[in-house]
Structures are given as C-alpha cells and as structure tokens.
Design a protein around this ligand. Structure first.
Ligand SMILES: [Zn+2]
Length: 140
C-alpha cells in the first residue's frame, strides 16, 4: 500500500477515486463508498470509524486488487463507508542535527494530524490520511 504513487494517493484521497482504475469509487445506488482495508493501513478510532492512508477501491476493482495485492490477500476486510474527512498525513519527522544542522530522521511513518501544528515544521508528509465515518463491514 505504501508503494502507491504519492501524487496518485493524494488525488484518490482528495476526490475519493478508486486507487486501481482512477474512477469515482462511490457506489451511486448505495450512496456509500466501498473501501478494502488491511490492518496495516487502518486504525480504528470509533465503533464505526477509523483512519487510513489507503484510498478507496471501487466494486469493479476489488477482485483485481485482491488478486494482485499480496497485502490484501493476507489480511483484508471490505467496508462501505458513509464519508471520509481529511484528518492529517503520515510523515517522516526530523529534528536539526548537530553537524551543520543537517536534519536527522527521528520517526518514520508517524501520523501527524492537521490540528497538531507543533509537529508540522518537522514533518515531511508521505501520504494523506482520512477518517472514515459510518463504516459497515461487507461479507464477500
Ligand atoms: Zn476501480
């Protein structure tokens, strides 16, 4: 999941596009968004919600994603979600080094919320994170 192109990841998250085909992921009949997740890219923070850096996957592409993504084959769950809200980034965090203030990596792949500005100056974002709302599990 982390190998997804950064620009594509941000575009898919911002516009809720399918990470496989790039089409709108939302199901217009259900008025919900299908989302395939693994435990490595999802953090539950409410009974029916959580944070992820994995973009949605449309119904048409879920079989292909399961077939071609080793992470999904090992551990996945499919949900439909009512909505997604931008909540922050996954980032590498740095601090000034002693020698010529060359930055030193202090934390890799840390969640940095938009409302935690004290970390923003030290963060180099690598992925957009959204909070999923109204999650309902789907049996495939
Ligand atoms: Zn698709």
């Amino acid at each position: 999941m982390r190998k997804l192109n950064t620009r594509r990841q941000w575009l898919c998250m911002n516009k809720l596009l399918c990470q496989v085909c790039g089409s709108p992921a939302a199901d217009p009949e259900m008025r919900r968004i299908p989302w395939a997740l693994t435990s490595t890219v999802f953090e539950r923070i409410a009974p029916d919600g959580g944070r992820t850096n994995a973009p949605p996957t449309c119904w048409s592409c879920i079989p292909k994603a399961l077939e071609e993504c080793p992470m999904l084959r090992e551990d996945f769950a499919v949900y439909t979600v009512a909505g997604a809200t931008s909540t922050g980034v996954l980032a590498d965090l740095y601090e000034p080094g002693i020698i010529a203030y060359l930055p030193i990596l202090t934390k890799h792949n840390a969640f940095v919320a938009w409302d935690a500005p004290r970390h923003h100056g030290a963060a180099l974002a690598v992925a957009h994170v959204v909070e999923l709302h109204g999650m309902k599990p789907v049996a495939l």
